[in-house]
Design a protein around this ligand. Structure first.
Ligand code: PLP
Length: 401
């Protein structure tokens, strides 16, 4: 089948890369030890601090998100250290538990249903019980990309503080940064881990660690073997805008442009936009009469929605029909949700009409796949988008440019 127009990449990352970012990436590669590079490095490192809401350093690796997760662990921990990981879904397992165990850490994996975020109460109790202070870190996935469930990091931090326990707080913000409110400094996160391919609107290939002073101090004593991932070498070079090895120069061009775009839109507007699109998507799914994975409205994700197909209807079959007929990619169900859910990504470079097109494709696909649902989902989303659209400036108000 020949498709015309643009492919709809509506998986929850990698996300659609704006043309402005693609054009920047297409520039000639420059000398990464020359003066022009330093300007690029300094601007990118500086702007990133604003996105992570930190005054401390943000480290950039040419890596995927899993690499950045490994870096967070090897820089702060020692062989045999015990850490607490909250089971929220596929990524708490694959990116954290599995990596931690392969590194020789003891991962205490607190079971979860995949329908709820990390429980601050459970964390508080476990830390209070740990009078020997054996737990060295708590790991929470902020936005569990396999389920569309958000963990309440500010509440986790308050719970940790109430326990009086010194464990580090490591947060996976891979699918929340620049889509869902995250405050590295205010929430006293020790390492925030991210990747370039989601809310940051850059192709895959960059991993990030925002690092607190406490995490830096921990790194001085941590003895897990590390070479490439070592923060110290990186921070030394970053001071003058350079990297200790060859950086991903062209991706950094793209990142600089994406960060400028977020700044132009206004960071709070970016988050508000994701909130509107999350609400409109859920209004649509509700109108179809289908269920979403998260149970608690306080934990609904604004970057993706994971939708159950009814018993006896394979979600991957639906995804296949939508891909073939409408040239749209939706996220597959991961781990125990394989075949049971499809995931709609509504993050990154995204607008009202992209959402309208996305939901229209799903609605047509549901019909073609013979999946029982009520009509009116797209209409409900449009109603929600219209009701929350920015008001037009009134006729006598001066136009602000
Ligand atoms: N953690 C979360 C929450 C993710 O969404 C992902 C990827 O989608 C990862 C970890 C792993 O990141 P990567 O695939 O870039 O290594």
């Amino acid at each position: 089948m020949i498709h015309t127009g643009r492919h709809f990449l509506q998986i929850p990352g990698p996300t659609n890369v704006p043309d402005r970012v693609l054009r920047e990436i297409a520039q000639a590669t420059i000398d990464h030890r020359g003066p022009e590079f330093a300007d690029l490095g300094i601007e990118v490192l500086d702007r990133l601090r604003g996105v992570f809401k930190t005054r401390g350093p943000v480290v950039i690796f040419p890596s995927s998100g899993t690499g950045a997760a490994e870096s967070a662990l090897v820089n702060t921990l020692s062989p045999g250290d015990r850490i607490l990981i909250l089971e929220t879904g596929w990524f708490s397992h694959i990116a954290w538990r599995q990596v931690a165990e392969r590194l020789g850490l003891i991962a205490e994996y607190v079971p979860g249903t995949w329908r709820r975020g990390a429980s601050p109460e459970t964390i508080e109790q476990r830390l209070k019980d740990d009078s020997a202070r054996e737990l060295k870190a708590v790991v929470v996935v902020h936005n569990e990309t396999s389920t569309g469930v958000v963990s309440r990091i500010a509440d986790v931090r308050r719970a940790m503080n109430r326990s009086g326990h010194p464990a580090l707080l490591i947060v996976d913000a891979i699918s929340s940064l620049a889509s869902i409110d995250l405050r590295h400094d205010e929430w006293e996160i020790d390492v925030t881990v991210c990747g370039s391919q989601k809310g940051l609107m850059v192709p895959p290939g960059l991993g990030f660690n925002a690092v607190s002073e406490k995490a830096l101090a921990a790194s001085a004593a941590a003895s897990l073997p590390r070479a490439y991932w070592d923060w110290q070498e990186m921070l030394k070079s970053n001071k003058s805008g350079f990297f200790p090895y060859t950086p991903a120069t062209n991706l950094l061009y793209g990142l600089r442009e994406a960060l400028r775009m977020l700044d132009e839109e206004g960071f709070e507007n970016v988050l508000a936009r994701h909130t509107r699109h999350g609400s409109a998507t859920r209004a649509c799914v509700r109108a179809w009469g289908l269920d979403i994975v998260p149970e608690d409205p306080a934990e609904y994700s604004n970057s993706l929605t994971a939708v159950y197909t009814p018993e006896g209807h394979n979600a991957d079959k639906l995804r296949q029909i939508i891909l073939e007929k409408f040239d749209m990619s939706l996220g597959t169900g991961l781990g125990k949700l394989a075949g049971r859910v499809f995931r709609i990504g509504h993050l990154g470079a995204f607008n009202d009409l992209t959402l309208a097109g996305t939901l229209s494709g799903v609605e047509m696909g549901l019909t073609l796949a013979g999946i029982p649902h009520r009509s009116g989902g797209v209409a409900a989303a449009l109603e929600s988008l219209t009701a929350t659209a920015q008001p037009l400036p009134s006729e006598d108000a001066p136009l602000v440019r």
